[in-house]
Design a protein around this ligand. Structure first.
Ligand SMILES: [Zn+2]
Ligand SMILES: [Zn+2]
Length: 257
């Protein structure tokens, strides 16, 4: 199986990166997409270590909505930072990018401009996008529609059936994280059942959002097996079949390595 979204270059893995990679491999994780924050040079240095230790890791980079505030009035510079990271890490996607109106760490207008500028870059580079959206559904779809056609994935999906339908209607994939294993996530599991098998991805979003039974602990790519089990249970599918399907979907979205 492939962890389609993790932050393996986060400092949370400083102490045990090699062991975390070994545990992932032992759990049957054959690849991972490591999300990088464009412009973060400290993280970039750690990412070179990740690349050296795990050849099967691929990278994506973008300016996260939380970090958009630094680019107020200069969204083009955010796209430039993403472009530089894309070259340095041979990225297979642009992201994570999007809108987060829950935390509002950056002014919403700036988030929208930075999101739009990176969508334009994704079109130019012909790369799929990894979208982060929270409490900003309508604006997210409006900006995606205005971008003139990008492909990609809604990562760490937390919406309902109707929102999944909107994502599918514009050709996007939908990625589920550990939240799908949480006891009270019934409406999310209902949404998970509504997504066709060929549009599903699984992810950890580690070091955040550990699935049951690791909830509250640091998350890591090995635990994508738990996400996959929870998603399979929600869908009444065999985990092995879902593992193969989601790995196949990952390659069809991001291309062969
Ligand atoms: Zn995110
Ligand atoms: Zn993330």
């Amino acid at each position: 199986m492939i962890d389609s979204h993790c932050h393996l270059a986060d400092e949370a893995f400083d102490a045990d990166l090699e062991a975390a990679i070994a545990r992932a491999q032992q759990a049957g994780v054959t690849g991972a997409l490591c999300i990088l924050a464009a412009g973060d040079e400290a993280e970039a240095a750690r990412a070179r270590g990740v690349r050296a230790k795990w050849a099967a890791v691929r990278f994506a980079a973008g300016v996260h909505p939380h970090a958009a505030g630094a680019f107020a009035g200069r969204a083009a510079d955010a796209a430039q930072a993403t472009r530089a990271h894309a070259a340095a890490f041979d990225t297979c996607g642009v992201g994570e990018i999007g809108l987060d109106y829950h935390y509002d760490f950056a002014p919403r207008e700036v988030q929208r401009e930075v999101f739009a500028a990176q969508l334009a870059l994704a079109r130019e580079l012909d790369k799929p996008v990894i979208v982060h959206t929270r409490e900003a559904t309508d604006d997210t779809f409006d900006i995606l529609a205005a971008s003139g056609g990008v492909r990609g994935v809604f990562h760490c999906f937390t919406g309902d059936v109707a929102m999944a339908r909107r994502a599918l209607d514009i050709g996007f994939h939908v990625s589920f994280a550990g939240i799908v294993s949480f006891p009270r996530a019934d409406s999310l599991r209902e949404a998970a059942r509504s997504v066709p098998a060929d549009r599903l991805l699984v992810e950890t979003d580690s070091p955040y959002l550990a699935p049951v039974p690791y909830r509250g602990k640091r998350n890591e790519p090995a635990f994508v097996s738990r996400v996959l089990e929870a998603l399979a249970a929600a869908r009444g599918a065999a985990p092995a079949v879902l593992a193969e399907q989601t790995s196949h979907n990952f390659v069809s979205l991001f291309g062969p390595s």
